[in-house]
Design a protein around this ligand. Structure first.
Ligand code: CA
Length: 160
């Protein structure tokens, strides 16, 4: 059973994610602030972390910097209330594997969790190619016949 660390300070969202993941057969631990998240992530038993960017104590980017800084490689999916491209890019550059912009559907989050867990520990390519379309699963960039195109998170998931 995969173990997932959820760092989210909004109780409604935290319980929505937690209940959904548990119903899907995952074991979860939910923490509500950045310091506890960074501390809990030291437990190597976690297979994946869902990390809200806007956390009290230490924000999500600081948590990410700390855990990557000590060589922790578990996949991290960041949650952001801000649809700002800057935060998202900073998160991905800071070592996040994927991101979700709130509000999101649980089905979409679950699909991404499964993709990241599947990739973990494998040397599978992180991009998908078909008919001139290339999806980079890490950066979430899309190229069609060599030209970059913009897709929303939902469109990207559907394409994937
Ligand atoms: Ca928050």
């Amino acid at each position: 059973m995969s173990r997932i660390l959820i760092a989210e300070d909004e109780p409604g969202i935290a319980s929505f994610i937690e209940k959904g993941l548990q119903a899907a057969g995952f074991s979860t631990l939910t923490v509500e602030d950045g310091r506890t998240a960074a501390y809990a992530a030291r437990d190597r038993d976690f297979d994946l972390m869902i990390l809200d960017l806007g956390l009290p104590g230490m924000d999500g980017r600081e948590v990410l910097a700390e855990i990557r800084g000590r060589g922790e490689r578990m996949p991290v999916i960041i949650l952001t209330a801000r649809s700002g491209v800057e935060e998202t890019v900073a998160g991905l550059e800071g070592g996040a594997d994927d991101y979700m912009t709130k509000p999101f559907s649980f089905e979409e989050l679950l699909a991404r969790v499964k993709v990241r867990l599947r990739e973990r520990g494998t040397s599978e390519p992180l991009q998908l190619e078909a008919g001139g379309v290339v999806l980079d699963l890490r950066t979430r960039r899309v190229q069609v016949d060599g030209r970059e195109v913009e897709l929303s998170a939902r469109e990207f998931s559907l394409a994937e």
